[in-house]
Design a binder for this molecule. Structure first.
Ligand code: FES
Length: 341
């Protein structure tokens, strides 16, 4: 049996078919609600059920706080209605020409950016346009049906090519292949299957507030895409990138970020290391990267934040920026990695 879902405050309606989640049905109807992981781990799709019955699944109890659960908050990527629903959720404005598709891609190059970070360049089918908003991701669909998500590290698919940054997760099925380990290393010319573009992590072009970009490790990839998009558009909003890693090699595109300062008026770059060793010769900031933001900007009430990286960093930033620095909750945009390897 299908059910009707009404989204407030926009008052938009769509139908959920049996077995579908609220998020999947909304996306199928062309209504983009915020989402990232689609598997109940990141909380980006959090919304509030105003009325109606549904199966929430086990994930909300794991990652939402008790007070929010009591107010009807749930994860829309997990919720399956058992009656008509009225929900409150923010709608994301997506360009009309962005269509999610499955397609084959060819591995063009594999270029090491750091001992544990590889840049993969993919050749897309030239017959199909692959348009995306800088900050979105794609999924590889592996032979066993499992999926791996990676953000595009470029603002556009120039020449039908996109670049991704893959961190090696030792023992992982996919990333071990990328790093040439095991019996079946990934090689240029191999054909893989992808679905994309996915996610709602992209800049709001109409929000004039100064931007804080917050990245850890390869969370830099979608931020690179967003900043390159700003360069292309001549977007001069004040923006500061805080990029954190443990050791200098984790900030594998530091030169690029430093060069952006010359090309983008109002852009600042603050690299931060959490485990700098005496031999690293590091003279920059140290500690937790989100703490560096709080030290510099104790009042975030007039800012917007785009954060990508390890889930623990993203969640600590969300909590501390809102609770201690006055960041409006709707001004925190995040894409947390899930660590499937
Ligand atoms: Fe739903 Fe991540 S928890 S999109």
């Amino acid at each position: 049996m299908s059910f009707k879902v009404t989204v407030l405050p926009a008052n938009r309606e769509f139908t959920v078919e049996p077995g579908q989640t609220v998020l999947d049905a909304a996306l199928a109807a062309g209504i983009v609600l915020p989402y990232s992981c689609r598997n109940g781990t990141c909380s980006t799709c959090e919304g509030r059920v105003v009325s109606g019955e549904y199966d929430a699944g086990p994930a909300p109890a794991r990652i939402l706080d008790a007070a929010d659960l009591a107010r009807g908050h749930t994860l829309l990527c997990q919720a399956r209605p058992s009656s008509d629903l009225v929900i409150e959720a923010r709608e994301v404005r997506m360009a009309d020409d962005i269509v999610v598709r499955k397609m084959p891609v060819r591995v063009l190059t594999l270029e090491p950016l750091a001992p544990d970070v590889m840049e993969i360049t993919l050749q897309l089918p030239s017959a199909e346009a692959f348009r995306f908003q800088p900050g979105q991701y794609l999924e590889f669909i592996l032979k066993d049906g499992s999926r791996r998500s990676y953000s595009m590290a470029c603002a556009r698919a120039d020449d039908h090519r996109v670049r991704l940054h893959v961190r090696h997760m030792p023992g992982g099925l996919f990333t071990s292949r990328v790093f040439g380990a095991g019996t079946e290393p990934l090689k240029p010319r191999e054909i893989l299957r992808i679905e994309g573009p996915l996610g709602s992590f992209f800049l709001d072009p109409d929000d004039p507030r100064p931007i804080v970009f917050l990245a850890s490790g390869t969370g830099f990839a979608p931020i690179q895409a967003m900043i390159e998009g700003m360069l292309e558009r001549g977007d001069t909003r004040p923006a500061t990138l805080y990029w954190g890693g443990r050791r200098p090699a984790d900030l594998y595109r530091r030169d690029l970020a430093l060069a952006w300062r010359e090309r983008l008026p109002g852009f600042r770059f603050v690299p931060v290391l959490s485990e700098a060793a005496p031999g690293d010769g590091w003279t920059g900031r140290t500690g937790w990267v989100h703490r560096a933001v709080m030290d510099d900007l104790p009042d975030l009430s007039g800012h917007q934040v785009y954060a990508c990286g390890a889930p623990a960093m993203v969640e600590a930033a969300r909590r501390d920026f809102v609770q201690q620095c006055g960041l409006p909750p709707e001004a925190f945009h995040a894409d947390a990695f899930t660590s499937a390897a």
